[in-house]
Structures are given as structure tokens and as C-alpha cells.
Design a protein around this ligand. Structure first.
Ligand SMILES: *[C@@H]1O[C@H](CO)[C@@H](O)[C@H](O)[C@H]1NC(C)=O
Ligand SMILES: *[C@@H]1O[C@H](CO)[C@@H](O)[C@H](O)[C@H]1NC(C)=O
Ligand SMILES: *[C@@H]1O[C@H](CO)[C@@H](O)[C@H](O)[C@H]1NC(C)=O
Length: 205
């Protein structure tokens, strides 16, 4: 009896220790299939270019919100198919629900360095972005190219955030999207697969 008690304690302590080791090293070590990448995440935005193996991060996903607290976004301005004068500044206004905004880490030193966290109301702490890309017929736009990009890092006012596109855009057809993120820039992590999109896009304008 006594022996098995000791064994149990020893096993628990060993498990706790190894869990702690795993947790502490998660930011810098690559686990499992991640071993295949030779470059490890280090808090910078690593661009491996022609090296197709990319890099790896074993960061723990962290706190995941309740299914009743999932992020949802709507673009208020401009509107779908709206025609905007070429090279003229215009306002982008969005409304975001269930994202506690204003949490934005330094993308040069703290990129993918912290697990997702919830606030006391169970909402993801993070920020969002607006990105505009030129459309080329029916081809998905090149993600490395954008006509406008802005992190919306401020605290939202009643969920509303805005930015001005200066100095406007040259004549053309564009897509405008939001991109919601956790504090250290990973996409928001949600509790269920079947859900409404956390982001919104306008496909014309
Ligand atoms: C990953 O690499 C570490 C350190 O080199 C090694 O200890 C571990 O067994 C590897 N894991 C897998 C799943 O290959
Ligand atoms: C982070 O890793 C990249 C790729 O290995 C490397 O080029 C860069 O110098 C590293 N930066 C820091 C601050 O460690
Ligand atoms: C808008 O600006 C671009 C780049 O400065 C210029 O090439 C283009 O002619 C301008 N278009 C209009 C309609 O003013």
C-alpha cells in the first residue's frame, strides 16, 4: 500500500516536472512533426523565401473561448461594390464582436511568442487588421502583395475601429478584408469548426 502510494506520488511529480519542461521549452523547441523544420521560431517574422521547409513553432494554443464568445466582424465602410474615386483618401470602419482589442505585441520580437489568452469575460485578447489587395480576374491575390495594410491596435469604441486609407488607391478592382489576431499575432483560435467567419471581406470597390 505504502509503496504504491510513494510510486503514485513519484509518478505525479515526474509528470508535473516533464509537463513544466515541455511548457517552458515550447516557444523555442520544435516538437513532433515540427522536428522536420530546421529553423525554429524565435519571436521574429521569419521569411524563408525559397527554402520551402519554412520554420516551426510548438507554441501551445492556449485559452480557447466558449462557443458563445466567438469573434465576428462586419465591415461598415466602405460597402460592397462601392465605387471610390481613384487616389482619394477614404475611411474604413469595422465592427468587431467578442474580441477584447488593444492587445498587440511587438511583431519584430514577440511574433508567436505567447499562447492565446482570454480576459475576465472570456473574450480573446487581441487586435485586428485591414488589408486591401488588387484583384486580378479570378485569380486568388498574391498574399505577399497588398495595396494597403494597417494593424488596428487601439481599443475599439463599442466594437468600432477605423482607419483612413491614405493616399487612396489607383484605379482598379480590390478586395478589402479584416484579419483578427490574438495578442502575439496568431490567428484567433476558436472552439468549434462549424461557425461563422471571424473576419469579413468586401470583394469589389
Ligand atoms: C524531436 O527532436 C527532439 C530533439 O532532437 C527529440 O528528442 C525528439 O525525440 C524528436 N521527436 C520526434 C517526434 O521526432
Ligand atoms: C531568428 O531566426 C532567424 C532564422 O533562423 C534568424 O535569421 C534571425 O537572426 C533570428 N533572430 C533572432 C533575434 O534570434
Ligand atoms: C493615381 O495615382 C497613380 C500613382 O501615383 C497614377 O499612376 C494614376 O494615374 C492616378 N490615377 C488617377 C485616376 O488619378
Amino acid at each position: 500500500m505504502r509503496v504504491s502510494f510513494v510510486t503514485t506520488i513519484v509518478v505525479i511529480i515526474t509528470t508535473l516536472l516533464s509537463f513544466e519542461t515541455l511548457f517552458v521549452s515550447a516557444n523555442t523547441q520544435c516538437l513532433g512533426s515540427c522536428n522536420k523544420s530546421k529553423i525554429k521560431a524565435n519571436g521574429t517574422q521569419i521569411k524563408t523565401g525559397k527554402d520551402k521547409s519554412g520554420f516551426c513553432s510548438s507554441l501551445i494554443q492556449g485559452q480557447i473561448p466558449s462557443n458563445l464568445n466567438m469573434v465576428s466582424t462586419l465591415i461598415l465602410k466602405p460597402t460592397n461594390d462601392e465605387q471610390i474615386k481613384a487616389n482619394k483618401t477614404f475611411l474604413v470602419k469595422i465592427k468587431v464582436k467578442n474580441l477584447n482589442t488593444g492587445f498587440f505585441s511587438d511583431p519584430n520580437t514577440e511574433y508567436y511568442t505567447s499562447s492565446q489568452e482570454l480576459d475576465n469575460n472570456g473574450l480573446i485578447k487581441g487586435h485586428t487588421h485591414v488589408v486591401v489587395q488588387k484583384l486580378d480576374d479570378e485569380n486568388p491575390p498574391d498574399p505577399t502583395a497588398f495595396a494597403f495594410f494597417k494593424g488596428l491596435n487601439d481599443k475599439a469604441d463599442n466594437g468600432v475601429l477605423s482607419t483612413i486609407v491614405t493616399p487612396g488607391l489607383p484605379r482598379g478592382l480590390y478586395r478589402l478584408c479584416t484579419m483578427s489576431s490574438s495578442f502575439t499575432h496568431q490567428p484567433v483560435i476558436m472552439p468549434v469548426a462549424q461557425r461563422g467567419s471571424q473576419d469579413d471581406c468586401l470583394n469589389r470597390g
